[in-house]
Design a protein around this ligand. Structure first.
Ligand code: NAP
Length: 206
């Protein structure tokens, strides 16, 4: 394996926007495999309730089951303390062949904050980022962030337009709470998991 995609996100819950993003990135960047890594304890969500990691992990497993190029990692949910991307990427470099190239895929809104991430210099030196956006989104904010990156990082961020990113986890959680349909926004197995485990009803996560 030479080109590995790491799909980072809270996945609360995972939906078709995430799945289409990963598949599009796989094709466009000729990735051999995409590993979904649900966040354990997101450092930027201190004070915000997030669904238990085991539920987010199992929903992700159910969602990717039919794609032979997709896998799910328990790395961040098993690691103690906050989930920093630099630690995750280091782990995958250590456990991959020497010449493997890593592409970290996530939402452009998350990438806009990259200058605040732990060890950003080291991260940009070794990893390429694929920033998923919706068509029509003005990329000037992302361009402004790229302009502030250290020289070696200025070629490290690739925007990727994904129409299905109009779907959002926030909207799905709101719909469940309001007893509105979430059909066709996420895989059916994940939808049924949400109902069976009574997620997003009364636990304060919105
Ligand atoms: P977020 O703030 O919850 O999400 C920001 C936006 O990006 C939302 O619109 C979200 O849509 C979208 N998004 C999130 N993951 C995506 C994905 N894989 N593909 C496409 N769109 C995605 O971001 P987050 O999920 O918590 O964090 C994203 C990743 O950045 C995680 O892996 C996290 O660990 C990493 N991160 C690292 C640091 C650090 O190392 N210090 C700091 C912040 C974030 P939905 O809500 O619909 O998903």
């Amino acid at each position: 394996m030479k080109r590995l995609g790491i799909m980072g996100g809270t996945f609360d819950p995972i939906h078709y926007g995430h799945l289409v993003t990963a598949e599009e990135a796989r094709g466009r960047f000729e990735l051999d495999k995409v590993v979904f890594v649900p966040s354990g304890k997101p450092p930027h969500k201190k004070g915000y309730p997030v669904t238990q990691a085991r539920h987010r992990y199992l929903m992700t497993i159910l969602a990717v089951a039919t794609n032979p190029y997709f896998e799910v990692s328990r790395l961040e949910i098993e690691r103690k303390g906050y989930s920093y991307t630099v630690d995750t990427v280091s782990h995958f470099y250590e456990t991959s062949p020497k010449d493997c190239e890593i592409f970290f895929i996530t939402g452009a809104d998350a990438i806009l904050e990259i200058l605040t991430w732990k060890n950003v210099e080291a991260l940009l030196g070794e990893t390429k980022f694929i920033a998923a956006t919706r068509p029509g989104i003005d990329l000037k904010h992302l361009d402004a962030v790229v302009a502030q990156l250290p020289a070696h990082g200025s070629n490290a961020i690739y925007p990727l337009e994904v129409p299905a990113m109009a779907i959002s986890s926030t909207d799905i959680r709101k719909r469940v709470k309001e007893d509105r349909s979430i059909k066709y926004l996420l895989p059916e197995a994940t939808e049924q998991y949400i109902y069976k485990n009574r997620l997003y009803l009364e636990n304060g996560i919105s």
